[in-house]
Ligand binder design. Structure first.
Ligand code: NI
Length: 255
């Protein structure tokens, strides 16, 4: 049994292929998928998909790219959406200093606001951090963001940062890049992160793992991520799959 903790079946790229993509995931042994929102529309669609597919759950939130578009009503709507039964987290939220699509101080403010919303609702958070490691770490410390747990999704920081995040109550999630030939840094992390703190994801439709690079990524391929991490850790796919699924179910409070 596998758990894809970060997918975007709510993305327009899947609109025509949704039932088939879910069926292929089930065939590959992927029993649980969390579809993660990045703006209001994608958050609404994630909730809708969760209503229609037993193995699908939702996270709702505003991505740092869209931080500059957030108004007071945006938070009100996220809060409302977050109260649907199969919403298991607030996300994806965070900081992106690589593309800088919203001014950094606004990204930080919107990140903090959504952390406090998650705390109010007692939900874990799913963090997007691109080239913003120092500020992400500072904000999650200051805001005590790990109170209800959370995930550093598609983690790209150092081992030292991973250690600090785990201490603050966060899981570290690895995606397709761990299967890439030259991804030595993330492969080292895959060996070092304690199994109790490790999660796996696809971040589909992006970051397709080997040997499917060049195709559109989908939840079924989380199996390749799990396989590669199991190899690196010299354990079995079964053990890796079972433990990471247990971790995800515990964090998201799924029976
Ligand atoms: Ni994502």
């Amino acid at each position: 049994m596998l758990f894809d903790t970060h997918a975007h079946l709510n993305d327009p790229d899947f609109a025509a292929d949704l039932p088939a993509a879910v069926a292929r995931a089930e065939e590959a042994g992927v029993r649980f998928i969390v579809n993660v929102g990045y703006d209001l529309l994608s958050s609404r669609i994630a909730v809708k998909i969760a209503e229609n597919y037993p193995g699908c759950y939702a996270a709702v939130g505003i991505h740092p790219h869209d931080a500059a578009k957030v108004i007071q009503e945006t938070y009100t709507e996220i809060k409302k959406l977050a109260q649907a039964t199969k919403v298991v987290a607030i996300g994806e939220i965070g900081l992106d200093y690589y593309r800088d699509l919203s001014p950094r101080e606004i990204q930080q403010e919107v990140f903090r606001e959504q952390i406090s919303l998650a705390k109010e609702l007692k939900l874990p958070i799913i963090i997007h951090d691109r080239d913003a490691h120092g500020d992400v770490l500072q904000i999650i410390k200051e805001e005590k963001a790990g109170e209800n747990g959370g995930i550093l999704h598609c983690f790209s920081g150092s081992w030292e940062m991973a250690r600090q995040c785990m201490k603050l109550g966060f899981y570290i999630s690895l995606a397709g890049p761990v299967t890439f030939k030259n991804a030595h840094r993330v492969q080292d992390l895959a060996k070092l992160i304690p199994l109790d703190s490790l999660l796996i994801e696809t971040d589909c439709p992006y970051l397709t793992p080997e040997p499917y690079r060049g195709r559109q990524n989908e939840p079924a391929y989380v199996r390749e991520v799990a396989k590669r991490i199991a190899e690196l850790r010299r354990t079995t796919l079964e053990e890796l799959a079972e433990k990471t699924s247990q971790n995800a179910k515990k964090l998201f409070k799924i029976q």
